[in-house]
Design a protein around this ligand. Sequence first.
Ligand code: SF4
Length: 375
Amino acid sequence: MIYIHIPFCERKCNYCAFNSKIGGAAEKNSYVDALIEEINFRGDNSEIATIYFGGGTPTTLTLNQLEKILGAVEKNFFVDKQAEITIEANPYTVLSIRNYFTTPNCSYLRGLKVLGFNRLSLGVQSFDDELLKILGRIHDSRTAIETVELAEKIFDNVSIDLMYGLPGQTLDKLRRDLDRLKNFDVQHVSIYGLEIEEGTKFFELARADKLNLPEENLCADMYDFITETLPALGFNRYEISNFAKKNFESRHNLGYWTGKKYFGFGAGAHSFDGKLRTSNTRDVATYIEKNISVVEEVVTRQAAMEEFCFLGLRIVDGISARTFEKNFGENIFDVFGKVIDKNRRLGLLEVDGEKIFLTTRGMSLGNEVFADFLL
Ligand code: SF4
Protein backbone atom coordinates (compact mmCIF):
# COMPACT_ATOMS: atom_id res chain seq x y z
CA MET A 1 0.00 0.00 0.00
CA ILE A 2 1.23 3.47 -0.83
CA TYR A 3 -0.12 6.78 0.45
CA ILE A 4 1.02 10.00 -1.21
CA HIS A 5 0.33 13.26 0.55
CA ILE A 6 -0.30 16.40 -1.51
CA PRO A 7 -0.54 19.23 1.02
CA PHE A 8 -1.94 21.96 -1.24
CA CYS A 9 -5.43 23.45 -1.41
CA GLU A 10 -6.96 26.37 -3.27
CA ARG A 11 -8.28 27.79 -0.01
CA LYS A 12 -8.24 26.73 3.63
CA CYS A 13 -11.67 25.52 4.78
CA ASN A 14 -12.95 26.90 8.08
CA TYR A 15 -12.93 23.56 9.90
CA CYS A 16 -9.76 22.06 8.47
CA ALA A 17 -6.86 20.96 10.65
CA PHE A 18 -5.27 18.73 8.01
CA ASN A 19 -1.70 19.28 6.91
CA SER A 20 -2.57 21.53 3.99
CA LYS A 21 -1.78 25.01 2.73
CA ILE A 22 -2.25 27.25 -0.28
CA GLY A 23 0.73 26.71 -2.54
CA GLY A 24 2.11 28.61 -5.51
CA ALA A 25 3.26 27.02 -8.78
CA ALA A 26 6.96 27.08 -7.88
CA GLU A 27 6.35 25.51 -4.49
CA LYS A 28 4.25 22.75 -6.02
CA ASN A 29 6.99 21.99 -8.55
CA SER A 30 9.61 21.79 -5.82
CA TYR A 31 7.33 19.61 -3.73
CA VAL A 32 6.78 17.18 -6.60
CA ASP A 33 10.56 16.98 -7.11
CA ALA A 34 11.08 16.27 -3.40
CA LEU A 35 8.35 13.65 -3.46
CA ILE A 36 9.92 11.89 -6.42
CA GLU A 37 13.28 11.95 -4.69
CA GLU A 38 11.77 10.34 -1.60
CA ILE A 39 10.05 7.65 -3.68
CA ASN A 40 13.30 6.94 -5.56
CA PHE A 41 15.19 6.71 -2.28
CA ARG A 42 12.76 4.50 -0.38
CA GLY A 43 11.30 2.38 -3.18
CA ASP A 44 12.10 -1.31 -2.73
CA ASN A 45 10.35 -3.04 -5.66
CA SER A 46 7.78 -4.52 -3.30
CA GLU A 47 4.33 -5.47 -4.54
CA ILE A 48 1.72 -2.76 -4.28
CA ALA A 49 -2.01 -3.47 -4.38
CA THR A 50 -3.33 0.01 -3.59
CA ILE A 51 -2.15 3.59 -4.10
CA TYR A 52 -3.93 6.54 -2.52
CA PHE A 53 -3.30 10.22 -3.32
CA GLY A 54 -4.69 12.25 -0.41
CA GLY A 55 -4.31 15.69 1.00
CA GLY A 56 -4.83 18.53 0.93
CA THR A 57 -6.25 18.48 -2.53
CA PRO A 58 -4.18 16.31 -4.90
CA THR A 59 -6.13 17.72 -7.86
CA THR A 60 -4.47 21.11 -7.33
CA LEU A 61 -1.54 19.49 -9.15
CA THR A 62 -1.43 19.38 -12.93
CA LEU A 63 -1.84 16.11 -14.78
CA ASN A 64 1.79 16.39 -15.75
CA GLN A 65 2.90 16.55 -12.12
CA LEU A 66 0.67 13.62 -11.16
CA GLU A 67 2.06 11.62 -14.07
CA LYS A 68 5.61 12.21 -12.86
CA ILE A 69 4.75 11.00 -9.35
CA LEU A 70 2.99 7.90 -10.65
CA GLY A 71 5.96 7.27 -12.93
CA ALA A 72 8.30 7.29 -9.91
CA VAL A 73 6.04 4.80 -8.12
CA GLU A 74 5.96 2.50 -11.15
CA LYS A 75 9.74 2.69 -11.43
CA ASN A 76 10.40 1.82 -7.81
CA PHE A 77 7.64 -0.66 -6.98
CA PHE A 78 5.88 -3.57 -8.55
CA VAL A 79 2.36 -2.18 -8.95
CA ASP A 80 -0.28 -4.89 -9.34
CA LYS A 81 -2.17 -4.69 -12.65
CA GLN A 82 -5.44 -4.74 -10.70
CA ALA A 83 -4.26 -2.15 -8.16
CA GLU A 84 -6.83 0.24 -6.74
CA ILE A 85 -5.48 3.73 -7.46
CA THR A 86 -7.46 6.46 -5.73
CA ILE A 87 -7.21 10.21 -5.92
CA GLU A 88 -9.04 12.61 -3.65
CA ALA A 89 -10.54 15.53 -5.55
CA ASN A 90 -12.33 18.72 -4.82
CA PRO A 91 -15.28 19.48 -7.13
CA TYR A 92 -14.03 22.98 -7.90
CA THR A 93 -10.50 21.93 -8.82
CA VAL A 94 -11.51 19.33 -11.37
CA LEU A 95 -13.92 21.64 -13.17
CA SER A 96 -11.97 24.86 -12.83
CA ILE A 97 -11.01 26.74 -15.95
CA ARG A 98 -7.36 26.63 -14.95
CA ASN A 99 -7.27 22.87 -15.01
CA TYR A 100 -9.38 22.75 -18.13
CA PHE A 101 -6.95 24.88 -20.07
CA THR A 102 -3.86 23.11 -18.83
CA THR A 103 -5.26 19.98 -20.44
CA PRO A 104 -6.69 20.96 -23.82
CA ASN A 105 -8.40 18.17 -25.79
CA CYS A 106 -9.44 16.28 -22.75
CA SER A 107 -10.89 17.29 -19.44
CA TYR A 108 -8.89 16.97 -16.26
CA LEU A 109 -11.02 14.08 -15.05
CA ARG A 110 -10.50 12.12 -18.26
CA GLY A 111 -6.81 12.86 -17.90
CA LEU A 112 -6.79 11.29 -14.43
CA LYS A 113 -8.33 8.14 -15.84
CA VAL A 114 -5.75 8.00 -18.63
CA LEU A 115 -2.97 8.28 -16.04
CA GLY A 116 -4.28 5.14 -14.34
CA PHE A 117 -6.43 6.45 -11.50
CA ASN A 118 -9.41 4.13 -11.21
CA ARG A 119 -11.13 5.44 -8.09
CA LEU A 120 -12.16 9.04 -7.47
CA SER A 121 -12.97 10.30 -3.98
CA LEU A 122 -14.88 13.58 -4.14
CA GLY A 123 -14.92 15.96 -1.17
CA VAL A 124 -18.50 17.13 -1.63
CA GLN A 125 -19.40 17.49 2.10
CA SER A 126 -22.90 18.86 1.34
CA PHE A 127 -25.07 19.91 -1.58
CA ASP A 128 -26.45 22.84 0.42
CA ASP A 129 -25.01 26.20 -0.68
CA GLU A 130 -25.52 27.80 2.69
CA LEU A 131 -23.66 25.01 4.51
CA LEU A 132 -20.87 24.95 1.92
CA LYS A 133 -20.38 28.65 2.49
CA ILE A 134 -20.26 28.25 6.26
CA LEU A 135 -17.68 25.48 5.85
CA GLY A 136 -15.62 27.79 3.64
CA ARG A 137 -15.61 25.27 0.80
CA ILE A 138 -14.50 26.59 -2.55
CA HIS A 139 -17.29 24.86 -4.50
CA ASP A 140 -21.03 25.40 -4.57
CA SER A 141 -23.78 22.88 -4.92
CA ARG A 142 -24.06 23.22 -8.71
CA THR A 143 -20.33 22.55 -9.16
CA ALA A 144 -20.61 19.52 -6.90
CA ILE A 145 -23.53 18.09 -8.87
CA GLU A 146 -21.83 18.72 -12.23
CA THR A 147 -18.62 17.12 -10.97
CA VAL A 148 -20.37 14.00 -9.69
CA GLU A 149 -22.33 13.64 -12.95
CA LEU A 150 -19.16 13.98 -15.01
CA ALA A 151 -17.14 11.71 -12.70
CA GLU A 152 -19.63 8.86 -12.88
CA LYS A 153 -19.46 8.95 -16.68
CA ILE A 154 -15.67 8.56 -16.57
CA PHE A 155 -14.98 6.40 -13.50
CA ASP A 156 -16.53 3.07 -12.47
CA ASN A 157 -15.68 3.72 -8.85
CA VAL A 158 -16.66 7.09 -7.37
CA SER A 159 -16.84 7.93 -3.69
CA ILE A 160 -18.47 10.97 -2.11
CA ASP A 161 -17.62 12.48 1.28
CA LEU A 162 -20.53 13.99 3.20
CA MET A 163 -20.55 15.75 6.56
CA TYR A 164 -23.05 16.03 9.39
CA GLY A 165 -23.27 17.97 12.64
CA LEU A 166 -22.58 21.22 10.77
CA PRO A 167 -23.44 24.70 12.04
CA GLY A 168 -26.98 25.48 10.90
CA GLN A 169 -27.58 21.95 9.57
CA THR A 170 -31.01 20.47 10.22
CA LEU A 171 -32.32 16.95 9.70
CA ASP A 172 -34.23 18.29 6.74
CA LYS A 173 -31.08 19.64 5.09
CA LEU A 174 -29.36 16.33 5.71
CA ARG A 175 -32.34 14.47 4.21
CA ARG A 176 -32.06 16.62 1.08
CA ASP A 177 -28.32 15.82 0.83
CA LEU A 178 -28.95 12.09 1.04
CA ASP A 179 -31.88 12.38 -1.38
CA ARG A 180 -29.44 13.68 -3.97
CA LEU A 181 -27.70 10.31 -3.96
CA LYS A 182 -30.77 8.78 -5.58
CA ASN A 183 -29.97 10.71 -8.76
CA PHE A 184 -26.35 9.59 -8.93
CA ASP A 185 -24.62 6.36 -9.77
CA VAL A 186 -21.80 6.50 -7.23
CA GLN A 187 -20.43 3.42 -5.50
CA HIS A 188 -19.21 4.64 -2.12
CA VAL A 189 -20.08 7.19 0.56
CA SER A 190 -17.95 8.28 3.53
CA ILE A 191 -19.58 10.27 6.29
CA TYR A 192 -17.80 12.59 8.69
CA GLY A 193 -19.15 14.22 11.82
CA LEU A 194 -17.78 17.74 12.23
CA GLU A 195 -15.05 17.99 14.84
CA ILE A 196 -13.92 21.35 16.10
CA GLU A 197 -10.15 21.30 16.10
CA GLU A 198 -7.65 23.77 17.46
CA GLY A 199 -6.02 26.05 14.92
CA THR A 200 -9.12 26.34 12.73
CA LYS A 201 -11.50 29.26 12.17
CA PHE A 202 -14.30 27.16 13.63
CA PHE A 203 -12.30 26.70 16.81
CA GLU A 204 -12.05 30.48 17.26
CA LEU A 205 -15.73 30.97 16.46
CA ALA A 206 -16.79 28.22 18.86
CA ARG A 207 -14.65 29.74 21.60
CA ALA A 208 -16.34 33.09 21.04
CA ASP A 209 -19.69 31.27 21.11
CA LYS A 210 -20.41 32.36 17.52
CA LEU A 211 -20.86 28.95 15.97
CA ASN A 212 -24.40 27.70 15.71
CA LEU A 213 -23.60 24.03 16.29
CA PRO A 214 -26.43 21.48 16.46
CA GLU A 215 -27.19 19.97 19.88
CA GLU A 216 -25.63 16.62 20.72
CA ASN A 217 -29.01 14.88 20.46
CA LEU A 218 -29.59 16.28 17.00
CA CYS A 219 -26.13 15.09 15.91
CA ALA A 220 -26.97 11.61 17.20
CA ASP A 221 -30.27 11.71 15.27
CA MET A 222 -28.39 12.77 12.13
CA TYR A 223 -25.96 9.89 12.56
CA ASP A 224 -28.82 7.40 13.01
CA PHE A 225 -30.62 8.87 10.02
CA ILE A 226 -27.53 8.42 7.84
CA THR A 227 -26.85 4.87 8.99
CA GLU A 228 -30.47 3.90 8.28
CA THR A 229 -30.86 5.75 4.98
CA LEU A 230 -27.67 4.78 3.18
CA PRO A 231 -28.28 1.00 3.34
CA ALA A 232 -31.81 1.64 2.05
CA LEU A 233 -30.17 3.37 -0.93
CA GLY A 234 -27.99 0.33 -1.60
CA PHE A 235 -24.85 1.43 0.26
CA ASN A 236 -23.92 -1.27 2.74
CA ARG A 237 -22.15 -0.20 5.84
CA TYR A 238 -18.78 -1.93 6.04
CA GLU A 239 -17.04 0.37 8.52
CA ILE A 240 -18.17 2.89 11.15
CA SER A 241 -18.17 5.80 8.67
CA ASN A 242 -18.04 4.07 5.31
CA PHE A 243 -20.75 2.66 3.06
CA ALA A 244 -20.36 0.95 -0.29
CA LYS A 245 -22.20 -0.91 -2.98
CA LYS A 246 -21.19 -4.57 -3.18
CA ASN A 247 -17.47 -5.04 -3.97
CA PHE A 248 -16.75 -1.30 -3.90
CA GLU A 249 -15.35 -1.14 -0.36
CA SER A 250 -12.15 0.92 -0.26
CA ARG A 251 -9.38 -1.67 -0.43
CA HIS A 252 -6.82 0.89 0.67
CA ASN A 253 -8.64 1.90 3.84
CA LEU A 254 -9.48 -1.72 4.65
CA GLY A 255 -5.73 -2.29 4.55
CA TYR A 256 -5.19 0.27 7.34
CA TRP A 257 -7.91 -1.25 9.50
CA THR A 258 -6.54 -4.75 9.08
CA GLY A 259 -2.96 -3.80 9.95
CA LYS A 260 -1.34 -4.04 6.49
CA LYS A 261 2.08 -2.52 5.86
CA TYR A 262 2.17 0.80 4.02
CA PHE A 263 4.53 3.40 2.64
CA GLY A 264 3.62 7.05 3.17
CA PHE A 265 5.36 9.62 0.98
CA GLY A 266 5.27 13.39 1.38
CA ALA A 267 5.12 15.95 4.18
CA GLY A 268 3.68 14.49 7.38
CA ALA A 269 3.02 11.09 5.79
CA HIS A 270 3.16 8.01 8.00
CA SER A 271 4.58 4.60 7.12
CA PHE A 272 4.31 1.21 8.81
CA ASP A 273 6.49 -1.82 8.04
CA GLY A 274 4.73 -4.23 10.36
CA LYS A 275 6.90 -3.36 13.37
CA LEU A 276 8.05 0.21 13.03
CA ARG A 277 5.89 3.26 12.42
CA THR A 278 7.60 6.31 10.97
CA SER A 279 6.35 9.76 10.07
CA ASN A 280 7.92 12.42 7.88
CA THR A 281 8.41 16.00 8.87
CA ARG A 282 5.09 17.86 8.57
CA ASP A 283 6.33 21.21 7.39
CA VAL A 284 6.19 21.52 3.61
CA ALA A 285 9.14 23.95 3.27
CA THR A 286 11.32 21.72 5.45
CA TYR A 287 10.28 18.67 3.46
CA ILE A 288 11.19 20.42 0.20
CA GLU A 289 14.55 21.46 1.67
CA LYS A 290 15.09 17.71 2.14
CA ASN A 291 15.60 18.19 5.85
CA ILE A 292 13.32 15.25 6.35
CA SER A 293 13.30 14.32 9.98
CA VAL A 294 11.77 10.92 10.36
CA VAL A 295 10.13 10.17 13.69
CA GLU A 296 10.31 6.48 14.51
CA GLU A 297 8.02 4.64 16.85
CA VAL A 298 8.49 0.96 17.54
CA VAL A 299 5.09 -0.66 17.79
CA THR A 300 5.34 -2.82 20.90
CA ARG A 301 3.62 -6.18 21.03
CA GLN A 302 1.05 -4.75 23.42
CA ALA A 303 0.33 -1.76 21.15
CA ALA A 304 0.04 -4.12 18.17
CA MET A 305 -2.54 -6.23 20.03
CA GLU A 306 -4.53 -3.12 21.01
CA GLU A 307 -4.44 -1.81 17.45
CA PHE A 308 -5.48 -5.14 16.03
CA CYS A 309 -8.63 -4.83 18.14
CA PHE A 310 -9.61 -1.19 17.89
CA LEU A 311 -8.78 -0.82 14.21
CA GLY A 312 -10.36 -4.14 13.29
CA LEU A 313 -13.51 -3.40 15.27
CA ARG A 314 -14.16 -0.39 13.03
CA ILE A 315 -15.10 -2.87 10.32
CA VAL A 316 -18.61 -4.29 10.42
CA ASP A 317 -17.19 -7.85 10.12
CA GLY A 318 -15.12 -7.22 13.26
CA ILE A 319 -12.04 -9.16 14.34
CA SER A 320 -11.14 -12.82 14.24
CA ALA A 321 -10.02 -14.60 17.42
CA ARG A 322 -8.19 -17.11 15.22
CA THR A 323 -6.19 -14.38 13.44
CA PHE A 324 -5.36 -12.79 16.80
CA GLU A 325 -3.96 -16.12 18.04
CA LYS A 326 -2.04 -16.62 14.79
CA ASN A 327 -0.51 -13.12 15.00
CA PHE A 328 0.28 -12.99 18.72
CA GLY A 329 0.32 -16.59 19.95
CA GLU A 330 -2.27 -15.85 22.62
CA ASN A 331 -5.97 -16.32 23.02
CA ILE A 332 -7.80 -13.00 22.63
CA PHE A 333 -10.14 -13.89 25.50
CA ASP A 334 -7.15 -14.38 27.84
CA VAL A 335 -5.87 -10.90 26.96
CA PHE A 336 -9.08 -8.90 26.49
CA GLY A 337 -11.68 -11.18 28.12
CA LYS A 338 -12.77 -8.63 30.73
CA VAL A 339 -13.13 -5.83 28.17
CA ILE A 340 -15.07 -8.05 25.80
CA ASP A 341 -17.42 -9.21 28.58
CA LYS A 342 -18.01 -5.69 29.83
CA ASN A 343 -18.90 -4.36 26.38
CA ARG A 344 -21.07 -7.39 25.66
CA ARG A 345 -23.04 -6.69 28.83
CA LEU A 346 -23.45 -3.07 27.71
CA GLY A 347 -24.81 -4.28 24.37
CA LEU A 348 -21.90 -2.73 22.46
CA LEU A 349 -20.08 -5.89 21.35
CA GLU A 350 -21.15 -9.27 20.12
CA VAL A 351 -19.30 -12.57 19.86
CA ASP A 352 -20.34 -15.09 17.26
CA GLY A 353 -18.06 -18.11 17.10
CA GLU A 354 -14.58 -16.78 16.57
CA LYS A 355 -15.81 -13.39 15.38
CA ILE A 356 -16.04 -10.35 17.67
CA PHE A 357 -17.80 -7.27 16.33
CA LEU A 358 -19.56 -4.07 17.34
CA THR A 359 -23.33 -3.97 17.56
CA THR A 360 -25.19 -1.13 15.83
CA ARG A 361 -25.20 0.71 19.15
CA GLY A 362 -21.51 -0.08 19.58
CA MET A 363 -20.81 1.48 16.18
CA SER A 364 -22.21 4.81 17.32
CA LEU A 365 -20.25 4.62 20.60
CA GLY A 366 -17.13 3.19 18.98
CA ASN A 367 -14.64 5.51 20.68
CA GLU A 368 -15.79 4.39 24.12
CA VAL A 369 -15.30 0.76 23.21
CA PHE A 370 -11.90 1.39 21.61
CA ALA A 371 -10.67 3.21 24.71
CA ASP A 372 -11.41 0.05 26.74
CA PHE A 373 -9.04 -1.93 24.54
CA LEU A 374 -6.05 0.15 25.64
CA LEU A 375 -4.40 -2.15 28.16
S1 SF4 B 1 -10.13 21.03 0.84
FE1 SF4 B 1 -9.89 19.49 2.44
S2 SF4 B 1 -7.71 19.54 3.01
FE2 SF4 B 1 -8.17 21.42 1.82
S3 SF4 B 1 -8.59 22.97 3.34
FE3 SF4 B 1 -10.58 22.09 2.75
S4 SF4 B 1 -10.91 20.38 4.19
FE4 SF4 B 1 -8.75 20.98 4.34
